[in-house]
Ligand binder design. Structure first.
Ligand SMILES: NC(=O)c1ccc[n+]([C@@H]2O[C@H](COP(=O)([O-])OP(=O)(O)OC[C@H]3O[C@@H](n4cnc5c(N)ncnc54)[C@H](O)[C@@H]3O)[C@@H](O)[C@H]2O)c1
Length: 411
């Protein structure tokens, strides 16, 4: 097979980033989009055609899209609460012989908890499909290049890195379902720690070595509501997101931190420290990472961008998101992340999984990696609930559901 025909499930914020990513790919065509809202599917298909990434058309159902012989792979970009039903429809269409696929790539998190993530992985493997776990930050050029150079120059001469830090911070998600623990699976820990927990592990892992060369041993998690349960902000949140998002009754955490103690290939301890927040106010989304070893260090912040614009107080334009994701201001000195989809890793990620499904590369992140991330996140929640460090994996993790996801969490 020379070219991969791709169908998108979901037509939201994330799908649009992937469509940008596909503009950098030569051997794939986006040919379909399904979303429960036909108008949205049609708009996203039109965007795909405008971007010239393929002759995409809207489909009436996932089953119809999977059954189309032109579709070889699915990019799963629906909301977390729909993972199981989406994967069931995809795999049922394949196992009942109504359609054939080579692979499925799924957005983070693989699912809302370990039981669901295990089901997703089992269904996809049972249908004989290749699988890729979409973690764009693993492919961000700053992370990839920083890691490669640190390991090639610093670690090879003076010893492996021993501490990695990662953070993802912004003012809060764009859609109501992210804020609802039951629908999303948790708060910011579930939503964004999946990125940072994987990034610290990746940075500490020698390029080319398997993920299993670094074994998580102990996990200490902490969660808090720093901003959005304050009465004035809880009110603002309900006004912006609707009455189902009521943080006076069913809050989710807007800050999370985790320390993961790993055993390296010699049994020595190395540390990953990650922070995520929906209570950060800066120019916009801030991604950051550090990697430290005996004679070297690396640091990256997405807001230290090479391009900055200044607007005086006379420039009173409309609020927008044209400078940086989750933008907070349009005045003063503002950073611009030029080519955001590329800088955030979407181009390289999408190219990699297209090539993997075409049989040209081994997938570097699979549903097994996605499942392991969910296990780490659930252990962090369990640790936060119990107020102590836990050995990984703790007993009962297979059925654990965080209090935040049950709507019973008290900050
Ligand atoms: N990698 C990243 O940095 C990143 C960024 C944002 C979102 N995400 C992930 O991508 C996924 C989508 O997030 P988003 O920001 O696009 O959300 P969104 O709310 O903007 O879009 C969700 C899309 O799913 C569609 N949808 C609604 N119900 C559905 C169902 N039952 N089945 C399938 N699709 C359905 C909606 O119509 C919409 O098109 C989530 O899992 C999220 O965690 C990842």
């Amino acid at each position: 097979m020379k070219r991969l025909g791709v169908g998108f499930v979901g037509s939201g914020f994330n799908a649009r980033f992937h469509l940008q990513g596909f503009t950098a790919i030569r051997d794939a065509d986006v040919l379909g989009v399904w979303s429960p809202h036909q108008a949205h599917a049609a708009e996203t298909a039109a965007l795909a055609r405008r971007l010239d990434v393929g002759e995409a058309k809207p489909f009436h159902s996932i089953a119809e899209m999977v059954a189309d012989p032109a579709i070889d792979a699915i990019w799963l970009c629906g909301p977390n609460f729909a993972r199981i039903e989406n994967v069931e429809e995809i795999t049922h269409t394949v196992t009942s012989g109504k359609g054939a696929l080579r692979g499925i790539a799924c957005e983070k998190p693989l699912a809302r908890n370990v039981a669901e993530a295990t089901k997703v992985a089992t269904l996809v493997k049972g249908a004989g499909l290749m699988h890729g776990y979409l973690e764009n930050q693993a492919f961000a050029p700053a992370v990839e290049r920083g890691r490669a150079i640190i390991w090639a120059r610093g670690a090879s001469l003076t010893g492996r890195p021993y501490l990695a830090r990662a953070a993802e911070e912004h003012t809060g998600p764009h859609m109501p379902w992210f804020w609802q623990g039951k629908l999303q699976g948790g708060g910011v820990l579930n939503d964004m720690m999946c990125h940072s927990a994987l990034v610290v592990r990746l940075l500490l892992t020698k390029p080319g070595a398997p993920a299993s060369s670094l074994r998580p041993k102990r996990v200490t998690g902490h969660i808090a509501s720093l901003k959005w349960t304050r009465p004035e902000y809880a009110k603002k949140l309900t006004q912006a997101m609707g009455k189902d998002v009521d943080y006076t009754k069913h809050p989710a955490e807007d800050f999370a931190s985790v320390v993961i103690e790993f055993a390296d290939e010699h049994g020595h301890t190395v540390l990953g420290e990650a922070t995520t927040s929906w209570s950060f106010v800066g120019a916009g989304l801030r991604l950051s990472a550090e990697l430290l070893g005996p004679e070297y260090s690396m640091s990256w912040s997405s807001l230290d961008s090479g391009l900055k614009l200044f607007f005086s107080r006379e420039v009173k334009g409309q609020a927008g998101e044209d400078l940086v994701e989750k933008q907070n201001a349009e005045m003063g000195l503002m950073p611009v992340v030029a080519g955001e989809a590329s800088a955030d890793g979407y181009d390289a990620e999408d190219r990699h999984f297209v090539r993997a499904f075409l049989g040209k590369e081994q997938p570097v992140l699979t549903f097994d990696d996605g499942l392991e991330v969910v296990k780490l996140l659930m252990t962090a929640y369990q640790s936060a609930e119990q107020g102590r460090t836990l050995d990984f994996p703790p007993p009962g993790i297979e059925t654990f559901v965080p209090a935040v996801a049950k709507g019973t969490w008290k900050p």
